[in-house]
Design a protein around this ligand. Structure first.
Ligand code: MG
Ligand code: MG
Length: 264
């Protein structure tokens, strides 16, 4: 079932998503070589709870194993998604995608940003740039009267034409009172295929893009997903609402980008 949202619900979702945005901006302030992803996780959990929300990822059930232990997913370098924060210090030249979710007044926020740690290679910066561009291109394609496949088609074409891989096993999703609702929002697809996009549709769009092959594997922790070929991956995510025919971005990278400056 797809749950279309009222304008009031969309405003509640905006609040939850702006809290995610602010949490990621707090993380942006402290990311540097030597910091551990566990430190980032503690910061995120405290910030979210201090603002009256719940970190939705913590305790999230897993069909393959135990519940997720942390408040953020922190996926470093060849880790694509669902990395578990740990005590390994980040190194100069690493990238780390931080995915974060909040539940605020009954509605969910979900957004992800891939950060640079110190000075990152030009090859990897280009991957980040193209992945972020593909997210915004996908968002632009989310128009009333178009279909979910138009979003995926747009993302896939942009990334593959730049020589990158599009992960197929994990996809974006509807979002609202539950973090994951219908419809699935793949980062690939055919023009004009899939669910019709209508005003009130709220979805998370989240390209997961690889420097090499898009083939992935699951680590023994039953959460962390890595590329099979060991090449690095990027992940950016916004939650959007379709409103008056076009996408209204409910999450935001504005504060993160202010902290980061122009990286690429
Ligand atoms: Mg997410
Ligand atoms: Mg998501």
């Amino acid at each position: 079932m797809i749950f279309l949202k009222t304008e009031d619900e969309i405003e509640l979702m905006r609040a939850a998503n702006l809290l995610v945005a602010d949490t990621l901006a707090e993380i942006a302030k402290v990311i540097r070589p030597g910091v551990t992803t566990k430190q980032l996780d503690h910061l995120a959990e405290e910030y979210i709870r201090d603002h009256g929300a719940v970190p939705t990822f913590k305790g999230f059930p897993n069909p393959y194993g135990g519940p997720f232990p942390s408040s953020i997913c922190a996926s470093v370098n060849d880790e694509v998604v669902h990395g578990i924060p740990n005590d390994r210090p980040l190194k100069d030249g690493d990238i780390v995608s931080v995915d974060c979710g909040t539940l605020l007044e009954g509605y969910n926020g979900d957004s992800c940003y891939t950060f640079c740690v110190g000075e990152v290679s030009a090859e990897v910066k280009r991957l980040l740039k193209v992945t972020k561009e593909s997210l915004y291109a996908g968002i632009k394609a989310a128009l009333s009267g178009k279909r979910i496949g138009d979003i995926g088609y747009t993302i896939q074409r942009h990334c593959e034409s730049n020589g990158y891989g599009v992960v197929k096993e994990f996809v974006g999703h509807g979002i609202g009172k539950a973090m994951h609702e219908e419809p699935a929002v793949p980062n690939y697809g055919r023009k004009g295929s899939g669910v019709l996009i209508k005003d009130g549709l709220c979805i998370a769009i989240e390209p997961m893009i690889t420097l090499g092959s898009p083939d992935i594997m699951m680590m023994p922790d039953r959460w962390t997903i890595k590329t099979r070929d060991g090449k690095w991956a990027a992940h950016f995510e916004h939650t959007i609402a379709v409103h008056q025919g076009r996408a209204d971005i409910l999450s935001s990278f504005d504060e993160i980008e202010k902290v980061e400056g122009k990286l690429y």
